[in-house]
Design a protein around this ligand. Structure first.
Ligand code: PA5
Ligand code: NI
Length: 178
C-alpha cells in the first residue's frame, strides 16, 4: 500500500467498478436519479487477496467520485459484515468525505473524513462513505479476510438517515419510517 496515493502494488490485486446504474436505487430523489448517466463510474474498489489463512487481514482502496443526485452526495452502497465481530479500519488519503455508521438498532451518525484521518469501524456497525467535496475521495481499508459483506439490510431498508447538502454543508437528515 502506497500511503501517499493509496495505490496497491504487488500480486493478487483485483478491481471492481460501480456505475451509477448499479446504485441508482440508493438515492432518495428517483426523478433526479433517472436523469443521471447510468454508465458513469461512481466508485472503484481495489483489493489484495493473497491466499487466505486464519486471521488474515486484507487491504484495499476505494476511490469515490464527487457528485450529487439532487442534494444527496455520491456514496457507496454500504454494508454490515457477515461476521458482526469483524472490525475494519478506513484511512483517508485525499478528498473530503463522511463515514456514515449505523448500529444494529438503526442509529446512524457520521465522522468527517479528511486526508490523514483514520477511522475504526466496530464489527457490528454498517458503514458507508459519501464524498462531500469536489475532488475524488480516496481511502484505504484494512479488514479481516473472513468478515464477509452483508448488503441485505442496507439494500432493503437503507440507513436510517441520509447525508444531504444543506446550505452547502453536509447534514444528516432522518427519514420518516413506519
Ligand atoms: O471493505 C470495505 O468496507 C470497503 O472496501 C468497501 O467494500 C468499499 O468501500 C465499497 O463499499 P461497498 O462494499 O459498501 O459498496
Ligand atoms: Ni466493510
Amino acid at each position: 500500500v502506497n500511503w501517499h496515493d493509496g495505490s496497491l502494488q504487488g500480486e493478487h490485486i483485483s478491481q471492481s467498478h460501480k456505475t451509477f446504474g448499479q446504485i441508482a436505487g440508493l438515492f432518495q430523489d428517483q426523478d433526479a436519479a433517472r436523469r443521471m448517466d447510468a454508465n458513469t463510474i461512481v466508485y472503484t474498489v481495489q483489493w489484495v487477496s493473497p491466499a487466505a489463512h486464519e486471521g488474515a487481514l486484507l487491504w484495499g482502496n476505494t476511490t469515490l467520485e464527487p457528485g450529487r443526485v439532487a442534494d444527496e452526495y455520491f456514496m457507496t452502497h454500504g454494508h454490515f459484515h457477515q461476521r458482526r465481530d469483524r472490525s475494519e479500519f478506513y484511512a483517508t488519503i485525499s478528498g473530503e468525505g463522511a463515514l456514515l455508521l449505523m448500529d444494529e438498532a438503526r442509529k446512524t451518525w457520521f465522522e468527517p473524513m479528511t486526508a490523514g484521518s483514520l477511522h475504526y469501524i466496530a464489527g457490528n456497525l454498517a458503514h458507508r462513505v459519501a464524498n462531500v467535496g469536489n475532488i475524488p475521495l480516496r481511502l484505504v481499508a484494512c479488514w479481516h479476510a473472513d468478515a464477509g459483506h452483508d448488503y441485505s439490510e442496507i439494500a432493503k431498508n437503507g440507513f436510517s438517515a441520509r447525508l444531504l447538502c444543506r446550505d452547502g454543508i453536509p447534514a444528516l437528515v432522518g427519514e420518516a419510517r413506519e
